[in-house]
Design a protein around this ligand. Structure first.
Ligand code: LLP
Length: 416
Protein backbone atom coordinates (compact mmCIF):
# COMPACT_ATOMS: atom_id res chain seq x y z
CA UNK A 1 0.00 0.00 0.00
CA UNK A 2 1.19 3.49 -0.80
CA UNK A 3 0.21 7.09 -0.33
CA UNK A 4 -0.08 8.33 -3.91
CA UNK A 5 -3.73 9.02 -4.61
CA UNK A 6 -6.18 11.27 -6.40
CA UNK A 7 -8.02 13.89 -4.42
CA UNK A 8 -10.66 15.08 -6.82
CA UNK A 9 -8.92 15.24 -10.16
CA UNK A 10 -5.46 15.98 -8.80
CA UNK A 11 -2.82 13.40 -8.03
CA UNK A 12 -1.23 13.72 -4.60
CA UNK A 13 1.90 12.41 -2.94
CA UNK A 14 0.67 12.14 0.67
CA UNK A 15 -0.64 15.65 1.39
CA UNK A 16 1.07 17.48 -1.48
CA UNK A 17 -0.21 17.88 -5.05
CA UNK A 18 2.28 16.26 -7.40
CA UNK A 19 1.82 19.12 -9.84
CA UNK A 20 2.96 21.60 -7.20
CA UNK A 21 6.19 19.67 -6.60
CA UNK A 22 6.87 19.22 -10.30
CA UNK A 23 6.31 22.91 -10.99
CA UNK A 24 8.70 23.85 -8.25
CA UNK A 25 11.54 21.39 -8.91
CA UNK A 26 10.98 20.70 -12.60
CA UNK A 27 10.70 17.40 -14.45
CA UNK A 28 11.71 14.64 -14.65
CA UNK A 29 11.61 14.17 -10.88
CA UNK A 30 11.43 11.22 -8.56
CA UNK A 31 9.05 11.68 -5.65
CA UNK A 32 9.20 9.37 -2.64
CA UNK A 33 6.63 9.09 0.13
CA UNK A 34 8.18 8.90 3.56
CA UNK A 35 5.02 7.50 5.09
CA UNK A 36 5.00 4.68 2.56
CA UNK A 37 8.64 3.82 3.28
CA UNK A 38 7.93 3.64 7.01
CA UNK A 39 4.80 1.62 6.45
CA UNK A 40 6.60 -0.87 4.22
CA UNK A 41 9.40 -1.26 6.72
CA UNK A 42 6.98 -2.07 9.51
CA UNK A 43 4.87 -4.39 7.36
CA UNK A 44 8.02 -6.43 6.75
CA UNK A 45 9.52 -6.12 10.21
CA UNK A 46 6.18 -6.85 11.88
CA UNK A 47 5.92 -10.13 10.00
CA UNK A 48 8.88 -11.39 12.02
CA UNK A 49 8.18 -9.73 15.36
CA UNK A 50 7.98 -13.05 17.21
CA UNK A 51 11.38 -14.35 16.17
CA UNK A 52 14.94 -13.02 16.36
CA UNK A 53 15.63 -11.24 13.08
CA UNK A 54 17.43 -8.35 11.43
CA UNK A 55 16.25 -6.47 8.40
CA UNK A 56 19.04 -5.22 6.17
CA UNK A 57 17.40 -3.04 3.55
CA UNK A 58 19.11 -3.60 0.20
CA UNK A 59 20.76 -0.29 -0.63
CA UNK A 60 20.99 -0.93 -4.37
CA UNK A 61 17.23 -0.57 -4.80
CA UNK A 62 17.34 3.08 -3.78
CA UNK A 63 20.48 4.44 -2.22
CA UNK A 64 19.53 8.04 -1.52
CA UNK A 65 20.79 9.06 1.92
CA UNK A 66 17.36 10.29 2.98
CA UNK A 67 15.83 6.92 2.10
CA UNK A 68 18.57 5.07 3.99
CA UNK A 69 18.16 7.39 6.95
CA UNK A 70 14.42 6.77 7.00
CA UNK A 71 14.91 3.02 7.30
CA UNK A 72 17.80 3.29 9.73
CA UNK A 73 15.61 5.50 11.90
CA UNK A 74 13.08 2.67 12.09
CA UNK A 75 15.77 0.21 13.20
CA UNK A 76 16.92 -1.19 9.87
CA UNK A 77 20.34 -2.48 8.97
CA UNK A 78 21.62 -2.41 5.40
CA UNK A 79 22.69 -4.86 2.70
CA UNK A 80 25.50 -3.42 0.59
CA UNK A 81 27.33 -4.57 -2.53
CA UNK A 82 30.17 -2.08 -2.94
CA UNK A 83 32.51 0.28 -1.15
CA UNK A 84 30.35 3.11 -2.44
CA UNK A 85 27.28 1.63 -0.77
CA UNK A 86 29.23 1.16 2.46
CA UNK A 87 30.24 4.82 2.30
CA UNK A 88 26.61 5.85 1.83
CA UNK A 89 25.48 3.50 4.59
CA UNK A 90 27.94 4.98 7.09
CA UNK A 91 27.12 8.54 6.02
CA UNK A 92 23.46 7.76 6.64
CA UNK A 93 24.38 6.68 10.16
CA UNK A 94 23.94 2.91 10.04
CA UNK A 95 25.23 0.75 12.87
CA UNK A 96 28.03 -1.24 11.15
CA UNK A 97 27.02 -4.28 13.17
CA UNK A 98 23.84 -4.26 11.10
CA UNK A 99 25.57 -4.28 7.71
CA UNK A 100 25.97 -7.30 5.43
CA UNK A 101 28.12 -7.16 2.31
CA UNK A 102 27.07 -9.26 -0.71
CA UNK A 103 28.41 -9.47 -4.26
CA UNK A 104 30.55 -11.75 -6.43
CA UNK A 105 33.32 -9.27 -7.13
CA UNK A 106 34.44 -7.49 -3.99
CA UNK A 107 37.71 -5.62 -4.50
CA UNK A 108 40.60 -5.60 -2.04
CA UNK A 109 40.00 -2.03 -0.88
CA UNK A 110 36.30 -2.74 -0.43
CA UNK A 111 36.97 -5.79 1.72
CA UNK A 112 39.50 -3.84 3.73
CA UNK A 113 37.04 -0.97 4.22
CA UNK A 114 34.34 -3.38 5.42
CA UNK A 115 36.63 -5.24 7.81
CA UNK A 116 38.06 -2.03 9.26
CA UNK A 117 34.57 -0.72 9.89
CA UNK A 118 33.64 -4.01 11.63
CA UNK A 119 30.50 -4.78 9.65
CA UNK A 120 28.45 -7.80 10.72
CA UNK A 121 29.40 -10.09 7.85
CA UNK A 122 30.67 -10.52 4.35
CA UNK A 123 28.60 -12.85 2.22
CA UNK A 124 31.24 -14.83 0.39
CA UNK A 125 30.53 -15.97 -3.14
CA UNK A 126 33.57 -18.03 -4.16
CA UNK A 127 36.41 -20.08 -2.66
CA UNK A 128 38.94 -17.57 -4.01
CA UNK A 129 37.13 -14.72 -2.33
CA UNK A 130 37.17 -16.60 0.99
CA UNK A 131 40.94 -17.02 0.80
CA UNK A 132 41.37 -13.40 -0.19
CA UNK A 133 39.29 -12.19 2.78
CA UNK A 134 41.27 -14.47 5.07
CA UNK A 135 44.54 -12.90 3.89
CA UNK A 136 43.25 -9.34 4.23
CA UNK A 137 41.78 -9.94 7.71
CA UNK A 138 45.04 -11.61 8.75
CA UNK A 139 47.05 -8.63 7.55
CA UNK A 140 44.72 -6.23 9.40
CA UNK A 141 44.83 -8.45 12.49
CA UNK A 142 41.04 -8.44 12.59
CA UNK A 143 38.31 -11.03 12.39
CA UNK A 144 35.91 -10.84 9.47
CA UNK A 145 32.36 -12.05 10.02
CA UNK A 146 31.65 -14.56 7.27
CA UNK A 147 28.61 -16.16 5.68
CA UNK A 148 28.94 -18.28 2.58
CA UNK A 149 26.31 -17.64 -0.04
CA UNK A 150 24.92 -21.00 -1.03
CA UNK A 151 23.49 -21.45 -4.50
CA UNK A 152 20.48 -23.69 -3.89
CA UNK A 153 19.72 -24.29 -7.57
CA UNK A 154 16.06 -23.29 -7.48
CA UNK A 155 14.11 -21.46 -10.14
CA UNK A 156 12.61 -18.24 -8.77
CA UNK A 157 10.43 -17.93 -11.89
CA UNK A 158 11.27 -14.33 -12.55
CA UNK A 159 12.99 -12.42 -15.36
CA UNK A 160 16.19 -14.30 -16.30
CA UNK A 161 18.33 -11.20 -15.69
CA UNK A 162 17.27 -11.05 -12.04
CA UNK A 163 17.26 -14.75 -11.21
CA UNK A 164 20.31 -15.61 -9.12
CA UNK A 165 19.78 -18.98 -7.42
CA UNK A 166 20.20 -21.30 -10.39
CA UNK A 167 23.32 -23.37 -10.92
CA UNK A 168 23.99 -21.55 -14.16
CA UNK A 169 23.98 -18.14 -12.42
CA UNK A 170 27.22 -16.53 -11.29
CA UNK A 171 26.11 -16.25 -7.67
CA UNK A 172 27.01 -18.26 -4.60
CA UNK A 173 28.72 -21.61 -4.14
CA UNK A 174 26.97 -24.93 -4.68
CA UNK A 175 26.10 -26.74 -1.46
CA UNK A 176 28.63 -29.61 -1.55
CA UNK A 177 31.52 -27.32 -2.22
CA UNK A 178 30.27 -24.77 0.31
CA UNK A 179 30.46 -27.37 3.13
CA UNK A 180 34.10 -27.95 2.22
CA UNK A 181 34.73 -24.22 2.28
CA UNK A 182 33.40 -23.90 5.84
CA UNK A 183 35.61 -26.82 6.87
CA UNK A 184 38.55 -25.05 5.25
CA UNK A 185 37.65 -21.77 6.98
CA UNK A 186 37.59 -23.51 10.37
CA UNK A 187 41.38 -23.61 10.17
CA UNK A 188 41.51 -19.82 10.17
CA UNK A 189 39.25 -18.83 13.03
CA UNK A 190 41.74 -16.15 14.01
CA UNK A 191 40.75 -14.12 10.99
CA UNK A 192 37.43 -15.66 9.92
CA UNK A 193 34.40 -15.67 12.18
CA UNK A 194 31.98 -18.19 10.65
CA UNK A 195 28.70 -16.71 11.72
CA UNK A 196 26.24 -17.22 8.93
CA UNK A 197 24.82 -18.88 5.87
CA UNK A 198 23.39 -16.78 3.07
CA UNK A 199 20.99 -17.56 0.25
CA UNK A 200 19.40 -15.06 -2.16
CA UNK A 201 17.63 -16.52 -5.17
CA UNK A 202 16.44 -13.58 -7.21
CA UNK A 203 14.20 -10.57 -7.42
CA UNK A 204 10.55 -9.72 -8.15
CA UNK A 205 9.48 -13.18 -6.95
CA UNK A 206 5.70 -13.34 -6.77
CA UNK A 207 5.21 -16.86 -5.39
CA UNK A 208 6.16 -18.36 -2.04
CA UNK A 209 7.26 -21.72 -3.36
CA UNK A 210 10.73 -20.72 -4.66
CA UNK A 211 11.55 -19.22 -1.24
CA UNK A 212 10.39 -22.39 0.48
CA UNK A 213 12.31 -24.65 -1.90
CA UNK A 214 15.46 -22.63 -1.31
CA UNK A 215 14.94 -22.69 2.45
CA UNK A 216 14.49 -26.46 2.52
CA UNK A 217 17.73 -26.95 0.65
CA UNK A 218 19.50 -24.45 2.88
CA UNK A 219 18.23 -26.24 5.99
CA UNK A 220 19.75 -29.47 4.71
CA UNK A 221 22.94 -27.58 4.19
CA UNK A 222 22.92 -26.20 7.73
CA UNK A 223 22.46 -29.73 9.12
CA UNK A 224 25.43 -30.89 7.06
CA UNK A 225 27.46 -28.01 8.50
CA UNK A 226 26.44 -28.83 12.05
CA UNK A 227 27.50 -32.41 11.48
CA UNK A 228 30.92 -31.03 10.63
CA UNK A 229 30.99 -29.04 13.86
CA UNK A 230 30.30 -25.66 12.28
CA UNK A 231 27.75 -23.80 14.31
CA UNK A 232 26.45 -20.59 12.81
CA UNK A 233 24.21 -17.88 14.29
CA UNK A 234 22.61 -16.23 11.28
CA UNK A 235 20.62 -17.41 8.31
CA UNK A 236 20.45 -14.67 5.68
CA UNK A 237 17.50 -15.34 3.39
CA UNK A 238 18.27 -12.44 1.04
CA UNK A 239 15.61 -10.31 -0.58
CA UNK A 240 13.46 -10.89 -3.61
CA UNK A 241 9.86 -10.47 -2.54
CA UNK A 242 7.99 -9.02 -5.51
CA UNK A 243 5.53 -6.13 -5.77
CA UNK A 244 2.54 -5.26 -7.90
CA UNK A 245 3.50 -3.30 -11.00
CA UNK A 246 0.54 -4.42 -13.07
CA UNK A 247 -1.55 -7.42 -12.11
CA UNK A 248 0.95 -9.48 -10.16
CA UNK A 249 -0.33 -10.73 -6.83
CA UNK A 250 2.76 -11.29 -4.71
CA UNK A 251 2.26 -12.58 -1.18
CA UNK A 252 1.93 -9.89 1.47
CA UNK A 253 4.98 -9.75 3.77
CA UNK A 254 2.83 -11.21 6.57
CA UNK A 255 2.12 -14.32 4.50
CA UNK A 256 5.76 -14.53 3.42
CA UNK A 257 6.69 -14.16 7.11
CA UNK A 258 4.38 -16.95 8.28
CA UNK A 259 5.72 -19.35 5.66
CA UNK A 260 9.33 -18.57 6.52
CA UNK A 261 8.80 -18.77 10.26
CA UNK A 262 7.12 -22.16 9.82
CA UNK A 263 9.96 -23.40 7.68
CA UNK A 264 12.77 -22.22 9.97
CA UNK A 265 11.20 -23.26 13.27
CA UNK A 266 13.58 -25.00 15.62
CA UNK A 267 16.69 -23.96 13.72
CA UNK A 268 17.67 -21.63 16.55
CA UNK A 269 19.09 -18.99 14.21
CA UNK A 270 18.61 -15.25 13.85
CA UNK A 271 17.13 -14.58 10.43
CA UNK A 272 18.48 -11.80 8.25
CA UNK A 273 16.49 -10.34 5.36
CA UNK A 274 17.69 -8.13 2.53
CA UNK A 275 14.49 -6.69 1.07
CA UNK A 276 14.89 -3.96 -1.51
CA UNK A 277 12.06 -3.56 -3.98
CA UNK A 278 9.27 -4.43 -1.56
CA UNK A 279 10.39 -1.56 0.68
CA UNK A 280 10.84 1.18 -1.90
CA UNK A 281 9.31 0.13 -5.23
CA UNK A 282 5.81 1.44 -4.68
CA UNK A 283 6.99 4.26 -2.44
CA UNK A 284 8.20 6.30 -5.39
CA UNK A 285 6.99 7.75 -8.67
CA UNK A 286 8.76 9.34 -11.59
CA UNK A 287 7.03 12.46 -12.83
CA UNK A 288 7.58 13.47 -16.40
CA UNK A 289 6.18 16.09 -18.74
CA UNK A 290 4.91 15.51 -22.24
CA UNK A 291 7.09 17.34 -24.75
CA UNK A 292 5.33 16.37 -27.97
CA UNK A 293 2.87 13.88 -29.35
CA UNK A 294 3.03 12.52 -32.84
CA UNK A 295 1.09 10.15 -34.95
CA UNK A 296 2.91 8.08 -37.52
CA UNK A 297 1.22 5.87 -40.10
CA UNK A 298 1.42 2.97 -37.65
CA UNK A 299 1.64 4.39 -34.18
CA UNK A 300 1.02 7.16 -31.77
CA UNK A 301 3.97 8.37 -29.75
CA UNK A 302 3.93 10.42 -26.59
CA UNK A 303 7.37 11.93 -26.21
CA UNK A 304 8.22 12.82 -22.62
CA UNK A 305 11.16 14.41 -20.84
CA UNK A 306 12.09 11.27 -18.88
CA UNK A 307 13.95 8.49 -20.63
CA UNK A 308 15.66 5.14 -20.27
CA UNK A 309 18.54 6.88 -18.52
CA UNK A 310 16.10 7.85 -15.73
CA UNK A 311 14.15 4.59 -15.58
CA UNK A 312 15.95 1.74 -17.30
CA UNK A 313 13.57 -1.06 -16.30
CA UNK A 314 11.20 -0.99 -19.31
CA UNK A 315 14.11 -0.98 -21.78
CA UNK A 316 16.18 -3.50 -19.88
CA UNK A 317 13.60 -6.05 -18.78
CA UNK A 318 10.50 -5.07 -20.74
CA UNK A 319 8.99 -4.11 -17.38
CA UNK A 320 5.53 -2.68 -17.01
CA UNK A 321 5.00 0.52 -15.02
CA UNK A 322 1.51 1.92 -14.59
CA UNK A 323 1.11 5.47 -15.88
CA UNK A 324 -1.26 7.97 -14.29
CA UNK A 325 -2.09 11.50 -15.33
CA UNK A 326 -1.10 14.09 -12.76
CA UNK A 327 -4.37 15.83 -13.53
CA UNK A 328 -7.28 13.58 -14.39
CA UNK A 329 -8.92 14.14 -17.76
CA UNK A 330 -12.59 14.86 -18.12
CA UNK A 331 -14.38 12.33 -20.22
CA UNK A 332 -12.68 9.35 -21.81
CA UNK A 333 -11.07 9.43 -25.22
CA UNK A 334 -8.24 6.97 -24.50
CA UNK A 335 -5.51 6.50 -27.04
CA UNK A 336 -3.13 3.63 -27.62
CA UNK A 337 0.39 4.97 -27.62
CA UNK A 338 4.05 4.32 -26.87
CA UNK A 339 5.51 6.59 -24.24
CA UNK A 340 9.06 7.33 -25.31
CA UNK A 341 11.94 9.48 -24.14
CA UNK A 342 14.31 11.78 -26.02
CA UNK A 343 17.20 9.28 -26.19
CA UNK A 344 18.48 8.26 -29.59
CA UNK A 345 17.56 4.59 -29.38
CA UNK A 346 14.41 2.75 -30.30
CA UNK A 347 14.80 0.89 -27.01
CA UNK A 348 14.12 4.13 -25.17
CA UNK A 349 10.54 3.67 -24.06
CA UNK A 350 8.66 3.79 -20.78
CA UNK A 351 5.51 2.08 -22.06
CA UNK A 352 4.51 0.28 -25.22
CA UNK A 353 1.10 0.15 -26.88
CA UNK A 354 -0.51 1.42 -23.73
CA UNK A 355 -4.08 2.58 -23.38
CA UNK A 356 -3.71 6.09 -21.99
CA UNK A 357 -5.66 9.31 -21.56
CA UNK A 358 -5.21 11.78 -24.42
CA UNK A 359 -2.01 13.35 -23.09
CA UNK A 360 -0.92 16.47 -24.90
CA UNK A 361 2.15 18.65 -24.82
CA UNK A 362 2.73 20.17 -21.38
CA UNK A 363 0.69 17.55 -19.49
CA UNK A 364 2.37 15.58 -16.74
CA UNK A 365 2.26 11.89 -15.96
CA UNK A 366 3.34 9.82 -12.99
CA UNK A 367 5.20 6.62 -13.75
CA UNK A 368 4.27 4.46 -10.83
CA UNK A 369 6.41 1.98 -8.87
CA UNK A 370 9.61 3.84 -9.68
CA UNK A 371 10.99 4.03 -6.15
CA UNK A 372 13.09 0.88 -6.53
CA UNK A 373 15.74 0.41 -9.21
CA UNK A 374 14.72 3.77 -10.67
CA UNK A 375 17.16 6.52 -9.78
CA UNK A 376 19.71 4.00 -8.53
CA UNK A 377 20.04 2.57 -12.05
CA UNK A 378 19.95 5.92 -13.81
CA UNK A 379 22.80 7.18 -15.95
CA UNK A 380 23.99 10.20 -17.87
CA UNK A 381 23.55 8.57 -21.26
CA UNK A 382 23.14 11.15 -24.02
CA UNK A 383 24.67 13.58 -21.51
CA UNK A 384 21.33 13.91 -19.84
CA UNK A 385 21.31 15.36 -16.34
CA UNK A 386 20.18 12.95 -13.71
CA UNK A 387 16.81 13.81 -12.24
CA UNK A 388 16.01 15.57 -8.99
CA UNK A 389 14.75 13.45 -6.07
CA UNK A 390 12.15 14.68 -3.61
CA UNK A 391 10.84 13.26 -0.35
CA UNK A 392 7.32 14.04 0.80
CA UNK A 393 6.28 13.84 4.42
CA UNK A 394 2.70 14.79 5.15
CA UNK A 395 2.11 18.23 3.71
CA UNK A 396 5.78 19.01 3.24
CA UNK A 397 8.36 18.09 0.70
CA UNK A 398 12.12 18.42 0.42
CA UNK A 399 14.64 18.02 -2.35
CA UNK A 400 16.85 15.11 -1.25
CA UNK A 401 19.08 15.20 -4.30
CA UNK A 402 19.39 18.17 -6.55
CA UNK A 403 19.07 17.86 -10.26
CA UNK A 404 22.50 17.62 -11.83
CA UNK A 405 23.94 20.58 -13.69
CA UNK A 406 26.01 20.75 -16.86
CA UNK A 407 29.00 21.37 -14.61
CA UNK A 408 28.35 18.09 -12.75
CA UNK A 409 28.25 16.37 -16.11
CA UNK A 410 31.90 17.07 -16.92
CA UNK A 411 33.22 16.77 -13.36
CA UNK A 412 36.66 15.18 -13.38
CA UNK A 413 37.03 15.28 -17.16
CA UNK A 414 40.15 16.83 -18.67
CA UNK A 415 41.49 17.77 -22.08
CA UNK A 416 45.19 16.89 -22.07
N1 LLP B 1 20.22 -9.22 -1.78
C1 LLP B 1 20.99 -9.47 -2.84
C2 LLP B 1 22.21 -10.26 -2.67
C3 LLP B 1 20.61 -8.99 -4.11
O1 LLP B 1 21.37 -9.25 -5.17
C4 LLP B 1 19.42 -8.24 -4.25
C5 LLP B 1 19.01 -7.72 -5.54
C6 LLP B 1 18.66 -7.99 -3.10
C7 LLP B 1 19.08 -8.50 -1.88
C8 LLP B 1 17.40 -7.19 -3.13
O2 LLP B 1 16.43 -7.82 -3.90
P1 LLP B 1 14.92 -7.26 -3.95
O3 LLP B 1 14.32 -7.45 -2.58
O4 LLP B 1 14.99 -5.85 -4.33
O5 LLP B 1 14.28 -8.10 -4.98
N2 LLP B 1 17.41 -4.09 -11.33
C9 LLP B 1 16.45 -5.16 -11.20
C10 LLP B 1 16.57 -5.87 -9.88
C11 LLP B 1 17.96 -6.39 -9.60
C12 LLP B 1 18.07 -7.08 -8.26
C13 LLP B 1 19.49 -7.30 -7.90
N3 LLP B 1 19.70 -7.88 -6.62
C14 LLP B 1 15.06 -4.61 -11.43
O6 LLP B 1 14.92 -3.41 -11.68
O7 LLP B 1 14.09 -5.36 -11.44
Amino acid sequence: MHFFNYKGSRFYAEGVPVEKIAKEVGTPCFIYSSRTLVRHYHAFDGAFKDIPHLICYSVKANSNLAVLRTFIGEGSGLDIVSGGELYRALKAGVDPKKVVFSGVGKREEEIEYAIKRCILMLNVESPEELRFINRIAGRLKKRAGIAIRVNPDVDPRTHPYISTGLKKNKFGIEADLAVKEYIYAKRYLKSLDLIGVDCHIGSQITKLSPFIDALRKTKGFITALRNEGVDIKYLDIGGGLGITYDREKPPHPSRYGKAIIRETKGLGLTLIFEPGRVMVGNAGILVTRVLYTKQSAEKRFIIVDAAMNDLARPSLYGSYHTIKPVKMYRGRGEVIADVVGPICESGDFLAKERELPPFKSGDMMAIMSSGGYGFSMSSNYNSRLRAVEVMVKGREFRVIRERETYRDLIKGEGMP
